[in-house]
Every structure is written in C-alpha cells, then in structure tokens.
Design a protein around this ligand. Structure first.
Ligand code: XUL
Ligand code: CO
Length: 436
C-alpha cells in the first residue's frame, strides 16, 4: 500500500519555485565545502514524531490523520515501517532514528516486547536492503512505561534497573542487526523530583554502571558503535542529571567515560537549559564530543519542549557554523527531533515540514561555509585577541609568566595605558544580517 500516493519524489527546483512539494534550497547533489550537501547534512527522520505522534497534547486527544493506524497494534507497527520508507525515499532522506517503543508494541511482558521487536526489525531490515536507507541511531525508551516512574538507570528500584539493562542490551542487539553506527541515551526520567528522598550519589553511580555495561556489551558482541548522550535540563523530570553539555561532560570525566561517549545536542533542550544552541555545540566541539544533533527549535515564550521544525535562519546558521568548524559530524548526522504543529494534521504536512526544515538547514549550511570562507568570525576574533600575539600577552599564553612577573609588569602601568577598543557589536550584527 502506498501512504502518500499523490506525492512524488521531492526535487530541487531552486529558490523561485512556487511548488510546495519541492526543495528551494536543499540540492542533495550540490557540492559545498568539498562534499555533496546530502553528505554534509546527513538528515534523519525521527520515527517517534513522524510515524507515531498523534497530535495529542495535555488538553486534547489525537487529531492527526494517519492512514497506517490499524486495530491490531502489530499491523499498525508494520504499516508504519512501509510508511517510513516511502516517506524517506520520496524526501531523499537516507537515515532515520527510533526508540524501541516507536517500532513495536510492548505487549504484556518484556519477552513479548522483544518478540515484537524481532519481527518488526526483520521487516525494517528488508526495507533497508530494498532502499539503501540506514539507521542513524537507535535508543531504548526508558521513560514511558509505568515502571520507569522514578527513572531507569537511576531508579531506586533494582528490578527496574535490571529491566532497563535488558532494554539497553536488546537496543544494542538491534543496533548491530541494523548496522547503526550510533546508540543514544536520553534519560528523561534520570533525574529527581526532590532531594528530600534522593540518594544522588547512588543514582549517578548506577547511571555510570549502566553506561559501562553498555560499553562492554557492545564490545562483547563485536559492534563498533559511537555512544551518545543527549542532554536536557528538565521535562519530564523536574531536574535531569544530564542537564546540559557542561554538566554531562563533568559526569563523563568523573566516571572516566569521556573517551567512550560523544553528545547528541538538541536545539530546544539547549534553550530549556538557558543556552543558545550554538553554545551547546561550541562547548561540545571544544571538548571533542560534538557527535550528532537533534534539529528543532523551541518557542522562547513557552517554557517547554515544543520540538518545532527548524525555520529560524539566523539561529540555524550559527549552529551550522559549529558543524563546519567541527569538520562535520563524523558518524553522526542531523536528526529532525521535530513534530508538526497540532493544526498541521494532514499526512502531507509531514512532507511540508521536513522540506521546510531541510531547506532552512541547507541554506544555513551554505551561509555558514561562506562565513568561514570570508573569515567573518575568524577576523573579528583575531583582532579582538591580538594582544596575546606579542609582548606580555604572548608570554602569558606560552606559559612564561607567574603572578610575580605579571605583578611587576602591571605595577608599571598607568590606568591610561590600558586601551580597550570598542567591539562595535551592533555593526557586527548588522553585517551578519547581510548574509541572510
Ligand atoms: C525528548 C527527546 C528524545 C530523544 C531521544 O525531549 O529529545 O526524543 O531525542 O530519546
Ligand atoms: Co531529542
């Protein structure tokens, strides 16, 4: 069965096209920065938002028209597989990402869940073979089911820790079966409601134990995989342990895991943590852990994760600039952890939303490359820090100074000798706008 019979393969038609079902900026084969755009961007569809989400919110039920829904949950799961591959093929997207719970019904027990996963991943494997489409990453959903009420790896209940471990084991088996190069941990309930009843030390030690078990199991089954942690400060937990990139890095260093993990950064999670997306990407890049990204945007007037398709060009440019500076994302890519708005409930909106996101990021990527080629930020930064290239500045950065020698130098200075040039920040922002 075809789920999108009226939609053909989406083509690049250029910026003047009025065809809603065409790319105006994303040309998959265009060579930019030495590579085709599809390789620079490595777009991926998020199974949970695109195939599973029904448009419900805390105030109203399902609204999305989705022809793949069937009375039998296993039939729905199979239909979704076909819909997924049809959508990706028509959009020309080569990757997708999923949680175990997205692809198969949980049934009455973990055993039944695993059987369902086996059946569905057999089907996925066939479709992957037919189309050449790949899995960017998979993950275990350890937050939806009732037993995860107090977390998974950080649950106070040891049985729950064991169930989480079993889900991660199965997740890595699927990862190997479908040859995914990345495996993600997003711990939505790995956090706490109140410190009054929380053994933070045990919970964090246990989380590290779970991660270490995952590393050794991947080795045991001989699957080379990049582990990724996805930081988020809150929601559903009041406080989530992987709050942001910096907090997650401190955790990784404390437990000696910094070589085994990179980060999967999400735009809306950054803003919930009070950061810009580019801040999270910069921190990760400078620490060598920029692994992959979940592309979306939030609404800064709202305090929750709205997971909107990215359409804000300026913020996308600043994010793409970090990827350019990072020399790409390695085995990672750009996953649309984005959902259509509740009022965009038609099947075809899934196409329009992905096209909007892909066009925005393609445009942003090309501008980011131009900014790099022009030395736009490089020149500003070079000039701003030039006092470290000569004299006392050079001595400081080459490690030739101590407090005594610097004090001797400083005591000879008069206040008027200290020259701080203006940053002309308004001019810089206005010049940056010229790139839009
Ligand atoms: C939730 C979120 C997750 C992760 C994967 O905010 O971003 O969907 O991307 O578990
Ligand atoms: Co995400």
């Amino acid at each position: 069965m075809k789920y999108f019979p009226s939609i053909q393969h989406i083509k690049y038609e250029g910026k003047d096209s009025n065809n809603m079902f065409a790319f105006r900026h994303y040309n998959p084969d265009e060579i930019v920065n030495g590579k085709p755009m599809k390789e620079n961007l490595r777009f991926a569809v998020a199974y949970w938002h695109t195939l599973v989400n029904d448009g419900s919110d805390p105030f109203g039920g399902s609204v999305n028209n989705r022809d793949w829904i069937h009375n039998d949950p296993m039939e729905t799961a199979k239909n979704r597989v076909y819909a997924n591959f049809e959508l990706l093929e028509k959009l020309g997207i080569e990757y997708f990402c999923f949680h175990d719970l997205d692809i198969a019904p949980t049934g009455e027990s973990l055993l039944e869940f695993h059987k369902n996963i086996d059946e569905i991943t057999d089907l996925i494997q066939l479709e992957m073979k037919r189309t050449g489409i790949k899995v960017l990453w998979n993950t275990a959903n350890m937050f939806t089911q009732k037993h995860y009420i107090n977390g998974a790896g950080t649950s106070p209940n040891a049985d729950v820790f064991a169930i989480a471990a079993a889900q991660v084991k199965k997740g890595l088996d699927i990862c190997k079966k479908l040859n995914a190069k990345n495996y993600v941990f997003w711990g939505g309930r790995e956090g706490y409601e109140t410190l009054l009843n929380t053994d933070m030390e045990l919970e964090l030690n246990n989380l590290a134990r779970l991660y270490k078990m995952a590393i050794s199991y991947a080795k045991e089954i001989g699957h080379e995989v990049q582990f990724l942690i996805e930081p988020k400060p809150k929601e559903p937990s009041k406080h989530q342990y992987d709050f942001d990139a910096t907090t997650t890095l401190a955790f990784l260093y404390k437990y000696g895991l910094e070589k085994d993990f990179k980060l999967n950064l999400e735009a809306n999670h950054a803003t919930l943590a009070g950061h810009t997306f580019e801040h999270e990407l910069r921190v990760s890049r400078l620490n060598g852990v920029l692994g992959s990204i979940d592309a979306n945007q939030g609404d800064l007037l709202l305090g929750w994760d709205t997971d909107e398709f990215p359409t804000d060009l300026m913020s996308s440019i600043l994010a793409m600039y970090e990827i350019v500076e990072n020399g790409g994302l390695g085995t990672g890519g750009i996953n649309f952890d984005s959902k259509v708005r509740r009022s965009s409930f038609e099947m075809e909106d899934l196409f329009l939303a992905h096209i909007a996101g892909m066009d925005t990021l393609a445009r942003a990527y090309k501008i980011a490359v131009k900014l790099k080629e022009d030395g736009f930020f490089d020149n500003i930064i070079k000039e701003r820090y030039e006092s470290y290239n000569t004299g006392i500045g050079k001595d400081i950065v080459s490690g030739n100074c101590d407090l005594k020698s610097l004090s001797e130098y400083a005591l000879k200075l008069k206040n008027n000798d200290i020259k701080n040039p203006s940053s002309h920040i308004e001019y810089v922002k206005s010049k940056l706008n010229d790139y839009l």
